[in-house]
Design a protein around this ligand. Sequence first.
Ligand code: SR1
Ligand code: MG
Length: 423
Amino acid sequence: MADAEAFVALTPETLPTKLGGLDVLKTRIGSDPSAWRVREVGDGNLNLVFIVEGPAGAVIVKQALPYVRLVGESWPLPLKRSYFEYNALIRQADRDPGMVPEVFHFDRAQAIVVMEFLNPHIILRQALIKGEILPKIGKDLGRFAARTLFRGSDLSMSARARKEDLALFADNVELCDITENLVFSDPYFEAELNRHTSPQLDGLVAELRADRDLKVEAQALKHLFVAKAETLLHGDLHTGSIMVTKDDTKVIDPEFAFYGPMALDVGMMLSNFWMSYFSQRGHEESGSRDEMRPFLIGVIDEIWETFVAEFSHLWRTERTGILYQRALFEDRGDTLGAEQALARVLGDIWTDMLGFAGIEMHRRILGLAHNADFETIADLDLRGSCEAAALKFGRHLAVNRRSITSLSALAGLAERLDRGDIQ
Ligand code: SR1
Ligand code: MG
């Protein structure tokens, strides 16, 4: 048997020679690879990302590295994450067309995905830090969540196709392991890679790490994450995994994809908008953010409302899987029964979504991987006060999620915490 092809990391200098023979690239960039201009622009935690431009156009070349870029070679990470990213991208493209970059080429041995260059899109997190109002974002993201989560589940897929996908993505062990530790456990004890704004947050961090109710909820949520293999998740759906213009929204980077609880993607997304809300006070040196705060609260409402509306629509029109069969409900004239089941499923997603949102806030402030929303606030006292409000809000979400009944009550709490009206 031939040896497996050795992995070689690309550089801007080697990329044209390595990929210059591919017709699919020559058509999109230009037929002479020596005329291609290549820039490495990856600013994420894990991978290399190149923009390759030429006379005919541009593409993105994304390559996984055999280690965590943020930490270095001391933390090995398998290249196969690129295979899961590729498989997730093609499924998401099918389930919500136009919402993910088009894939042009995949090389499993070199862990390379060549895809559409999104231009003039920028990372959503950067847009929110700059104070940009994005009119379409709530609807686009709510629909994306509903369509991908419903259509990747036993509510929609055939039993065989769904179980084959469950098996395929079950091998994404190492990326799940990152989430299992970094999100659900490390923030709640003195894990080696943790950091926080110190000394400003020291007291609150000690309180949270001694908070038994919070730790139990974080582990209950981790239990859901590892055991509730409900649908194909994006798995890392924060505002750094979304690119935007005023008129367009694209979801990128699904390398953490796996079968898990529907509530995770929705909760992580809302959490990142709430974190943006709590960070706005730290970005007012170049002008007031009085328009941004209601905009962000409105986006949170719109994502949830759109998610519920679209999920309900799919429930009524595309429920072809093995769960809640029509034979038990509509086919017997029991439409009310189907609606009761829908309300129950959405109720569970609501409760768990709040919990996942809460602990996502904690891990971005107490763990290894922080958010630029807070990190770019230079004044550490101001940063610490923004983060403290978010930490307290996150604790409320995680611990009291079963008794929270509306987003408007949460908006009120967020406002009081942000203003310092309550401690
Ligand atoms: C070591 S990786 C840290 C974080 O980066 C990714 O984007 C995920 O959010 C992960 O938790
Ligand atoms: Mg990512």
